[in-house]
Design a protein around this ligand. Structure first.
Ligand SMILES: Cc1ncc(COP(=O)(O)O)c(C=O)c1O
Length: 456
């Protein structure tokens, strides 16, 4: 064991050995020791999916303090799409940190912030004039998109959907659907938020084929009769719902909503915080159905792990907020901007959009095959490298969270990081770094299949 610990790498990135290697049980003794310290020092409300403490990560692996090397199918929740410690990100961060770490863009500006905005303006869907503003977290970007939409329209109502997740700040808790753990005991919440049914094909009462058009009619009728379109500032939606369970809306739902918004002066906001930056096999998931949002929120995959988020969209909408109305001390921090430019360049140079599609072509058939073998897999869905299986009591729709957790734990014990999701806690989701080697991905799928065979 000593040998394994001594051999553990101090430097991460793509040169780390791309292997699954377990030298202790998971978690190992050093992680267990650190977890005890963590429990004594860190507030209970901050949870842990897999209590191994990391020393290095890169490509498709995460290496822990005990010398174990785990296959990463989580990317730190869809963040390190370009891989952990990606060379261009590391170099850009080091250079920028050596030059200056902060001035506050609102005090004395710097080029990196402007360059990131220019990139966002050109990469997001739509060939109209666009502008951007930068923030720190996804939740902060969503809050600012709501502020901007309200300033532009002079209206206050915001429409969101069942199963939505938009963050944990006060306004974004109100926008988020699920009570436990995100909202429970934390109210009161912000007003003027209206929740509508989601086009959830697997659970649509009249069947998946009818889901998109029927859900759109329902939502449009409710917006018209219950809210009054003249009161609605924004419709806010994830083009594929993330924490809600990787729900790909029924075909036609997003285009119908976007058209309705256009016709009625409502700002259509796509929350691409989890789906953006190549994750779904397109630079932005709205493009799969040709939807051009008025505003797009981004974070996560934008900066290879550094905290950065943005609102990007139609210049006339973005400019509706008065001078000084948007911003924050750290928003668009120069080191995070340098990281974003490195990450975006990596996405383009390595064609990570194409890689995400390739990952789908490797994973989706295997997951479908597993659904044929294991009756608890009720649905296989997603796009690109954002894929999931929904676990139910065989033969119906009843969610089976216990089996979901058991399969996830079996994967963890075997050295594969997988995450769960879903309103009912019954979705296993897969978000590999887009640079993961094929062999490692296939090995992770073998482990997953073995976990299903053992647990069910
Ligand atoms: C779609 C979506 N919106 C917003 C957020 C909130 O982002 P953050 O955790 O950076 O505040 C998330 C995070 O998971 C998300 O997936």
């Amino acid at each position: 064991m000593t040998e394994a610990i001594d051999a553990r790498p101090l430097v991460g990135g793509p040169d780390l050995p791309q292997v699954r290697r377990l030298v202790t049980s998971i978690p190992g003794p050093r992680s267990v020791e650190l977890f005890a310290r963590r429990n004594a020092a860190v507030a209970r409300g901050v949870s842990t999916t897999l209590p191994v403490f990391v020393t290095a990560a890169g490509g498709g692996v995460v290496v822990d303090v005990d010398g174990n090397s785990l296959i990463d199918l989580g990317s730190g929740i869809a963040v390190v799409s370009v891989g952990n410690a990606a060379p261009r990100v590391v170099a850009a961060v080091a250079d920028q940190a050596a030059a200056f770490t902060h001035t506050c863009f609102m005090v004395t500006p710097y080029e990196g912030y402007v360059a990131v905005c220019e990139k966002l303006n050109s990469l997001t869907p739509g060939d109209f004039l666009k502008k951007s503003a930068l923030f720190n977290s996804g939740a902060e970007a969503v809050e600012n998109a709501v502020k901007i939409a309200r300033a532009f329209t002079g209206r206050s109502a915001v429409v969101v959907f069942d199963h939505a997740y938009h963050g944990r700040t006060n306004l974004t808790m109100a926008l988020t659907a699920k009570n436990m753990p995100y909202k429970h005991s934390f109210g009161p919440f912000a007003p003027e938020i209206y929740r509508m049914p989601m086009a959830y094909p697997f659970r649509w009462p009249t069947g998946a084929a009818n889901c998109g058009p029927e859900a759109a009619s329902l939502v449009i009728a409710e917006m018209t009769s219950q809210l009054g379109v003249d009161n609605i500032a924004a419709v806010l939606i994830e083009p594929i719902q993330g924490e809600g369970g990787f729900i790909v809306p029924g075909a036609g739902f997003l285009p119908a909503l976007s058209e309705f918004c256009k016709a009625n002066g409502i700002v259509f906001v796509a929350d691409e915080i989890q789906t953006g930056f190549a994750r779904t096999g397109a630079m932005f998931a709205s493009s799969h159905e040709g939807v051009v949002p008025d505003l797009v929120t981004t974070a996560k995959g934008i900066a290879g792990g550094l905290p950065l988020s943005a609102v990007t969209g139609r210049a006339d909408i973005m400019d509706a907020a008065h001078v000084g109305g948007l911003g924050g001390t750290y928003g668009g921090n120069p080191v995070a901007c340098a990281a974003a430019l490195g990450a975006i360049r990596t996405i383009e140079e390595l064609d990570l959009v194409g890689r995400a599609r390739h990952i789908e072509s490797l994973m989706l058939p295997r997951l479908q095959e597993m659904a044929g073998k294991f009756a608890c897999i009720g649905d296989v869905r997603g796009r690109g490298a954002m894929l999931a299986v929904e676990i139910v009591v065989p033969g119906g729709l009843e969610p089976d969270a216990a089996t979901t957790v058991a399969v996830a734990k079996a994967c963890h014990a075997a050295g594969v990081v997988v995450l769960t999701a879903g309103t009912y806690g019954n979705v296993l989701r897969f978000l590999p770094p887009l640079v993961i080697p094929d062999e490692l991905l296939l090995e992770a799928l073998d482990v997953l299949e073995e976990a299903f065979a053992t647990v069910t």
